[in-house]
Design a protein around this ligand. Structure first.
Ligand SMILES: Nc1nc2c(c(=O)[nH]1)N[C@@H](CNc1ccc(C(=O)N[C@@H](CCC(=O)N[C@@H](CCC(=O)N[C@@H](CCC(=O)O)C(=O)O)C(=O)O)C(=O)O)cc1)CN2
Ligand code: MET
Ligand SMILES: [Zn+2]
Length: 780
């Protein structure tokens, strides 16, 4: 092949990946239809192929080259880490029934790994770097038999060819795959998946050889683990492994050119590990990281490489400052063999296109760029960088005008908001001592030992979604809408009374999403119509756009909670989303420190809590499931982050009376890493995700000397499996080994919104029965 090993290709700009859910969430619909038995595997495959074809055509129309690997062929039915694990045969024994003689996993087996079935637990799911995307955690042990067990990258490449495109396959790289895996059950103490690197590399070699046989000019290997100091691997060891892997892969005779990708932060000390190996390209994140200096370690190695320069933010939706981006490209020019402008990350963190937004305020819209608009920015940058500044002068002018309009907008800086923030004192961030609160609250609430509760949401049934959708479309009036939501609240309260839960919730029927609902009721936010972004599998969110100073025009949760409380003698929890999570799951303004933005949101929540108290509510839960998610990938940034995130939570909650019990909820948390910060939140009760990791968390809790109420989840709501009373009891026993009964709460892992009532009713019944059983044993 002509341009093999020359670093050629990707002319005119590229992107590291593109949304795969489809502009109208076609993949979501097809997947869920398939799981429900409504459509067969062929129809699902056709839906996926249609999405890919329209993506490639669209990217080409937007200006990416068709024939030189500028267009990535990245796709996944569920998750790219799962795909890589399946490709190399890292399939735990419990899924063996779905493998054929050649070791290939069936589609049902693939979905079983992702979602679980009956008594077969799925892989654990956790956050992908500091994003709201979740990947499945492969399980790798000393005996995991790596062998080529799939052909998705080759098939996608061939499919691209059939549409006339020479694409660039994208695969999670070997080092990242192992670094993000966990030791399989039964692996000996001290075993790390990375121990298996030399057994894994030959399978990657086979994959690469297969692509070479199809004449694929490039392959992209995602090695973002190299930017993160949070992966559970010794840093020095990780860097040695990366250097070794890319030396070995680089020396292969039969392979495409290799582009090693590192997104979400700077490579820093990992740059030499990639740059000093015989691969042809490195993709670096120049939004989160700076252009390396000429004398930085490893930079010399870039001189004969293609450097894919991530100057357009793949993880946020603000229109790029093209002048600043071009400056970065120019700064890189003398250091690199060749520079190709790109997105900093895959674009799957942002929605498809602004074309699908008809009701955004036109001025705000002018400040934004979704995936397709980012591609246009990259193409413009590439032309400017290659000398045609004249040809793209309009794009640059428009970018300048947008940023001027943003700076001048009255909603962006509101004097009354600045004034309130400036007036805060340390007293605004502290409550009475815990012991005092606990005593007063115990007197108020009269809760039994091992109190049972849920995390907030109940199943979002088709009827509930229909109620909201009809309200949105103006098909039912406000009064009818409210009456229907009240009906859902009544049902949920009755059900909880019947099951015998101790602390009740209103079920969140009025909420489309726990962040979007808040964004819709606060000033300074905008929401989208079609701005869907994949969160995991078929599940998507529409991140809100936090563009201006935040003001709460009026209470917006009180009416529902007050109504729910009026129906029962049991306490009903007020239910709020915390400031850090509101930031994490929105696209947040980048023109001021996140600390200030978080405090503004916190003040709005603080006022809501006062109003809830005035309405007679004694317990308020402030969810912070994303507090771990935003933990910076570099340790040097931790102290600052933990300081502002914990402060914002405390600012939101410290106005509460001593008698008000403040709960918080964390999920996907790898709790151990931030246990001190969780302690610093000073919540009276904390519920955490625990089931998928078999309660590993409770040991961390004990080790940290955590002294307040704690509810490690005893029912994994992310799987359709219904736990038996026995299952819950076992988990409670594990918890009670580490946590005093007086501190222990009994609750699911997370909210129940994604589950069906057929699952939830028996599961909660078993949970309450198990708690009662334990209570009786403890009392005896
Ligand atoms: N933002 C956010 N991030 C999060 C979570 C979360 O709850 N929110 N939870 C964790 C896990 N992640 C999750 C992410 C999404 C969902 C989820 O269930 N998403 C729903 C959509 C939720 C939503 O916004 N629903 C809206 C819009 C629903 C919709 O699709 N409407 C139809 C119309 C329906 C009709 O006409 O009947 C349409 O727009 O096409 C509503 O219910 O009002 C989904 O993908 O199905 C669950 C967990 C971590 N990150
Ligand atoms: C992702 S955390 C979810 C918390 C929310 N209160 C719920 O129950 O859905
Ligand atoms: Zn949760």
């Amino acid at each position: 092949m002509a341009d093999r090993h020359t670093g050629a290709g990707l002319e005119g700009g590229t992107i590291l990946g593109y949304p795969r859910i489809g502009r109208r969430r076609q993949l979501k619909r097809a997947l869920e239809g398939h799981w429900a038995g409504r459509i067969d595997a062929d129809t699902l495959a056709q839906a996926a192929a249609d999405i890919r074809a329209s993506t490639w055509n669209r990217l080409h129309d937007l200006g990416l080259e068709a024939h030189d690997a500028a267009i990535p062929s990245d796709f996944s039915y569920y998750d790219q880490v799962l795909d890589a694990a399946v490709l190399v045969g890292a399939i735990p024994e419990r899924f063996a029934q779905w493998r054929d003689d050649a070791g290939r996993l069936s589609l049902d087996g693939y979905f079983a790994m992702a979602r679980g079935v009956d008594r077969v637990a799925p892989l654990e799911m956790t956050k992908w770097f500091d994003t709201n995307y979740h990947y499945l955690v492969p399980e790798i042990g000393p005996d995991t038999e790596f062998r080529l067990s799939g052909d998705q990258p080759a098939l996608l490449f061939a499919e691209g060819l059939s549409h006339g495109f020479v694409t660039r396959p994208v695969i999670v790289g070997p080092v990242t795959l192992l670094a993000l895996s966990k030791p399989a059950e039964g692996a000996p103490e001290g075993f790390e998946p990375l121990d298996r690197l030399d057994d894994l590399l030959p399978v990657y070699a086979e994959v690469l050889a297969g692509l070479a046989a199809l004449d694929a000019p490039w392959v992209q290997l995602d090695e973002s683990a190299l930017v993160s100091e949070l992966v559970p691997v010794d840093r020095a060891r990780l860097l040695v492994a990366a250097r070794h892997a890319y030396q070995v892969l680089g020396e292969l005779a039969e392979r495409p050119q290799i582009l090693a990708q590192a997104s979400y932060a700077a490579l820093d000390d990992a740059l030499p590990a990639l740059a000093e190996t015989p691969i042809e390209g490195v993709a670096i994140d120049l939004v989160r990281g700076d252009v390396p200096t000429a004398d930085a370690p490893g930079v010399a190695g870039l001189r004969d490489k293609l450097v894919v320069a991530g100057v357009v933010d793949g993880h946020n939706i603000w229109r790029a400052d093209l002048d600043a981006a071009l400056e970065r490209l120019e700064a890189l020019r003398p250091l690199a063999g060749r520079v190709v402008p790109s997105s900093s990350t895959s674009l799957f963190h942002v929605p498809h296109t602004l074309d699908d937004e008809t009701s955004l305020d036109p001025e705000l819209r002018g400040w934004l760029a979704f995936a397709d608009e980012k591609v246009a920015e990259i193409v413009a940058l590439a032309r400017a960088y290659d000398g045609d500044r004249e040809g793209v002068i309009d794009a640059f002018e428009a970018a300048r005008a947008a940023s001027a309009s943003r700076r001048a907008h009255a909603g962006v800086h509101r004097p009354e908001v600045a004034k309130r923030l400036a007036g805060l004192t340390p007293a605004d961030f502290a409550r009475a001592p815990y012991a005092e609160r606990a005593a007063v609250q115990a007197d108020e609430l009269h809760l039994p030992l091992l109190p049972t509760t849920t995390i907030g949401s109940f199943p979002q049934t088709p009827e509930i979604r229909r109620t909201r959708a009809r309200h949105n479309r103006g098909e039912i009036d406000e009064a009818t809408y409210r009456e229907e939501i009240r009906g859902h609240i009544r049902d949920v309260i009755e059900l909880q009374e019947r099951i015998g839960l101790d602390v009740l919730v209103h079920g969140e029927a009025e909420r489309n999403d726990m962040v979007q609902y808040f964004a819709e009721h606060l000033e300074g936010f905008a929401v989208t119509e079609n701005g869907w972004v994949q969160s995991y599998g078929s599940r998507c969110t529409r991140p809100s756009i936090l563009w201006g100073d935040v003001v709460r025009p009026e209470p917006f949760t009180v009416e529902w909670i007050r109504y729910a409380q009026s129906l029962t003698e049991k306490p009903v929890k007020g239910m709020l989303t915390g400031p850090v999570t509101i930031l994490a799951w929105s696209f947040v303004r980048d023109d001021q420190p996140r600390r200030d933005t978080a405090d503004q949101v916190a003040l709005a929540l603080r006022d809501e809590i006062s109003d809830l108290e005035a309405a007679g509510i004694d317990i308020v839960q402030v969810d912070e499931p994303a507090i771990r998610e935003l933990l910076p990938l570099k340790r040097r940034d931790h102290a600052d982050y933990l300081d502002w995130s914990v402060s914002a939570f405390r600012l939101a909650t410290s106005g509460a009376r001593t008698r008000t019990q403040i709960h918080t909820h964390l999920c996907y948390s790898e709790f151990g890493q931030i246990i001190d910060a969780v302690d610093g939140l000073d919540a009276d009760v904390t519920s955490v995700e625990a089931e998928r990791s078999r309660m590993d968390i409770v040991r961390d809790i004990r080790a940290a000397g955590f002294a307040r109420g704690i509810g490690p989840g005893v029912y994994d709501i992310h799987s359709p499996r219904v736990p038996a009373e026995d299952d819950v009891e076992q988990l409670l026993d594990i918890a009670l080994d580490s946590i005093p009964a007086s501190q222990l709460w009994v609750n699911p892992d997370c909210g129940l919104k994604t589950r069906r009532y057929e699952e939830v009713v028996p599961a909660l019944t078993h949970m309450v029965e198990a708690a009662r059983g334990e209570r009786a044993r403890l009392d005896a």
